[in-house]
Design a protein around this ligand. Structure first.
Ligand code: SAH
Ligand code: SF4
Ligand code: F3S
Length: 442
């Protein structure tokens, strides 16, 4: 059978890094001659790019796996491969206990064509070698994406921080910064093909360091800002400990660097931050926020909040609430602690906060954040702001939407496809906790 007759389904879960990796995977598999499909009836290969960050993320993937396996039981002939963080975390257990045919970790995607062939020939196949191959990073420029307008550019991967709750250092390995030449080449290609917004990606994006040329994250940001003055630049996720004044000054200096920082704080209690191994205190983080706002007054700041960590008391939780009141984040991703096997917290700390308390604390955090986001968004009413148009609103084809430099979603009435990818000025008239609504000035 020819490879082009073997069709692949690829599903992606997890963070932007996984979305970006899936684009690379598509390019690798297409180059090898396979074609893609969404129809299970004609699929020979099903690949699931997975996430391990919380137990629920894994549960979702196991139920997907069961769904596909139910078709196999009915006689459909395909192989099932698990890629990504669960593949890295669970390795051969996925083959032995969950009857997966192919297990490939995030460091081995270049080998996918060979590994798929082995699996098709009936061999249970596994590769979870984490030594990232720079070659795999160089082909990123070929990768197929839905749009040329908004593109991810991975600049580093892995994590050396070992926050005590987190599985990522085990699933993504040590921090590795991508070769400068490759990053620059890729951005030059993106410029040529009409890209309008680039998001630099990394688990700790601002820890980027190129030893060979002694280039730090702020040097890289400046280099890119100068190289593509018409392209908007975003980056995520930053670790507070690596957010230097130099980086802040570069963000302030260049118009094309978006005025938004995602800066996960996790908790407002220094005691819990120490137990989490976050490497900063509440006071230090507050000081950092005040420097950020001094240097970049128009900045918007979002965060991640994690409640119910082992031994978190009501007082610790109230410290998170008071930190939120003090900072007034523009938005936040909110989570309750989920024990991850193999992490420091799973080994040495007891998951001793009852589920009902975790839920209560999470609800308080979510409620407060919704009110704060609404307040923050209302500050924009009456102002005129530039947005880059991304597409049609899901709810109505009469409305387009885009984002401001501060990463605020803006909806406005217009049903003309040709505006997508353009920047326009919008007068903001209304705000909700999650979006702004306005009138286009063209
Ligand atoms: N590298 C980023 C975020 C990585 S994971 C950083 O350092 O902040 C994204 C978010 O998931 C984390 O910020 C944290 O809030 C959450 N998270 C990580 N592990 C978790 C766990 N075991 N249970 C619940 N939430 C978790
Ligand atoms: Fe996980 Fe902490 Fe690394 Fe972020 S910095 S990926 S939370 S270990
Ligand atoms: Fe999930 Fe892995 Fe990303 S665990 S959040 S897909 S790095």
């Amino acid at each position: 059978m020819l490879k082009k007759d073997l069709k692949v389904i690829l599903e992606t879960y997890g963070c932007q890094m996984n979305i970006s990796d899936s684009e690379t995977i598509i390019a690798i598999i297409q180059t090898a001659g396979y074609r893609f499909t969404k129809n299970i009836m004609e699929a020979s290969i099903i690949l699931i790019n997975t996430c391990s960050i919380r137990e629920n993320a894994e549960k979702k993937i196991f139920s997907r796996l069961q769904y596909f396996q139910s078709f196999k039981k009915k006689g459909y002939k395909f192989i099932i491969g698990l890629l990504g963080c669960m593949a890295q975390r669970m390795k051969e257990t996925l083959i032995k206990e969950y009857y997966v045919d192919l297990v490939v970790g995030p460091g081995s995607y270049l080998m996918l064509p060979t590994l798929i062939e082995l699996a098709i020939n009936g061999e249970k196949t596994i590769n979870t070698n984490l030594s990232y191959d720079e070659l795999y990073r160089t082909i990123v420029s070929l990768k197929s994406q839905k749009t040329n307008i908004f593109r991810f550019v991975p600049i580093m991967s892995g994590c050396n921080n070992f926050c005590s709750y987190c599985i990522v250092p085990y699933t993504r390995g040590k921090e590795k910064s991508r070769d400068l030449k490759n990053i620059i080449n890729e951005i030059q290609i993106l410029k040529k093909i009409g890209c309008k917004e680039i998001t630099l990606l990394g688990q700790n994006v601002n820890s980027f360091f190129n030893k060979k040329d002694s280039i730090y994250f702020h040097n890289l940001l400046e280099l890119i800002a100068l190289m593509v003055p018409d392209i908007r630049i975003r980056f995520t996720t930053s670790h507070p400990k690596d957010m230097s004044d130099k980086t802040l000054e570069i963000i302030a200096k260049y118009d094309n660097i978006c005025k938004h920082i995602h800066l996960p704080v996790q908790s407002g209690s220094s005691k819990i931050l120490r137990a989490m191994n976050r490497k900063y205190t509440r006071e230090w983080y507050l000081q950092l926020i005040s420097s950020i706002r001094n240097i970049i007054p128009e900045i918007s700041i979002s965060t991640d909040l994690l409640c119910g960590f082992p031994s978190e008391t009501e007082l610790d939780h109230q410290k998170t609430i008071s930190l939120m009141r003090e900072i007034k984040f523009d938005s936040a991703f909110t989570f309750k602690y989920s024990e991850r096997p193999g992490t420091y917290a799973a080994k040495y700390l007891s998951d001793n906060i009852p589920e009902i308390i975790k839920i209560k604390r999470l609800n308080e955090i979510v409620d407060l954040q919704l009110r704060t986001s609404l307040l923050r968004n209302k500050e924009h009413i009456g102002k005129t702001t530039e947005i880059l148009i991304e597409g049609f609103s899901k709810r109505s084809k009469e409305n387009l939407f885009g984002r401001t430099s501060q990463n605020k979603l803006v909806f406005f009435k217009k049903n003309d496809q040709q505006y997508i990818g353009n920047k326009i000025m919008i007068k903001i008239e209304k705000a909700s906790a999650t979006a702004l609504f306005g009138k286009s000035l063209i």
